[in-house]
Design a protein around this ligand. Structure first.
Ligand code: ATP
Length: 238
């Protein structure tokens, strides 16, 4: 049986009185891309925020690499190798591309190692290398998304949480981001992907979950979800 990287068991999360997650169960195995689909306000971003401890679960259990992280601090979770690339990218607009990448590895003491990692990011994203001196805020939407992913890669994550990486991007750039996600996974990064673009997500992912008002209502291999009538109707425009 393949190794479980992440598991959520009965996870519940509130925003004040709003009961956003109502007992979520999700498993992500090593080497997989798992996608979480759902309509607006279903609880996708809240699930990712709860995993990375930006909001704490009120009950349930979250395990990462066999360790209970339910009550762990966000920076500890980052140090363990679980990195969240939030919706809307959140890059530093007044810092250069290089400075943004450096911030992704600020806890790293070894300068040579930082350099090596940055070179690897630049190999993967030649567009970022060409623009290394440019302020983050002057990059295109697609380039900003690449920078947000590149910054996450500076930590050499074991698990990447990607929240809507295709949001607001032109179709050709969406395809490019899709290729990047696929190649990252093929090189060994496990990924939990939240997407409004269900077509792309189900093409990339091995396994998928569908969330509706804070509850997982369906889960299956992506190839089965792609053919499931209710998924087609609700998310694939069928
Ligand atoms: P979208 O695709 O629109 O981003 P989502 O599936 O990611 O949606 P969430 O952002 O997780 O949905 O929201 C889940 C529920 O929690 C929604 O009802 C939302 O209004 C509520 N919610 C989200 N963030 C907050 C907050 N900071 N305070 C109060 N309620 C919130």
């Amino acid at each position: 049986m393949s190794e479980v990287v992440l598991s959520l068991e009965g996870v519940q999360t509130y925003y004040g009185k709003i009961h956003a997650l109502r007992g979520i169960n999700i498993t992500v195995k090593k080497g997989q891309i798992v996608t979480l689909l759902g309509s607006n306000g279903a609880g996708k971003s809240t699930t990712l925020k709860t995993i990375s401890a930006l909001i704490h679960a009120s009950s349930g259990k979250i395990q990462f690499m066999g360790q209970d992280i339910t009550s762990e601090a966000p920076h500890k979770i980052v140090q363990m190798g679980l990195i969240h690339v939030p919706e809307g990218r959140h890059i530093f607009k007044d810092l250069t591309v290089k400075e943004n990448l450096e911030l992704g590895s600020f806890t790293l003491k070894d300068d040579q190692e930082r350099k090596r990692r940055m070179e690897r990011v630049f190999e993967r994203f030649p567009r970022l290398q060409e623009r290394w001196k440019q302020d983050g805020g002057t990059l295109s939407g697609g380039e900003q998304q690449m920078l947000a992913i590149g910054r996450a890669l500076m930590t050499e994550p074991k698990l990447l949480l990607l929240d809507e990486p295709s949001m607001g991007l032109a179709p050709v750039i969406v395809q490019e981001i899709g290729r990047i996600i696929k190649s990252l996974n093929e090189e060994g990064t496990t990924i939990l992907l939240v997407e409004q673009n269900a077509k792309m997500a189900l093409k990339l992912a091995h396994y998928g979950y569908v969330i509706d008002t804070g509850v997982i209502v369906m889960e299956d291999k992506s190839e089965n979800l792609r053919e499931n009538a209710s998924v087609v109707k609700a998310y694939l425009g069928g």
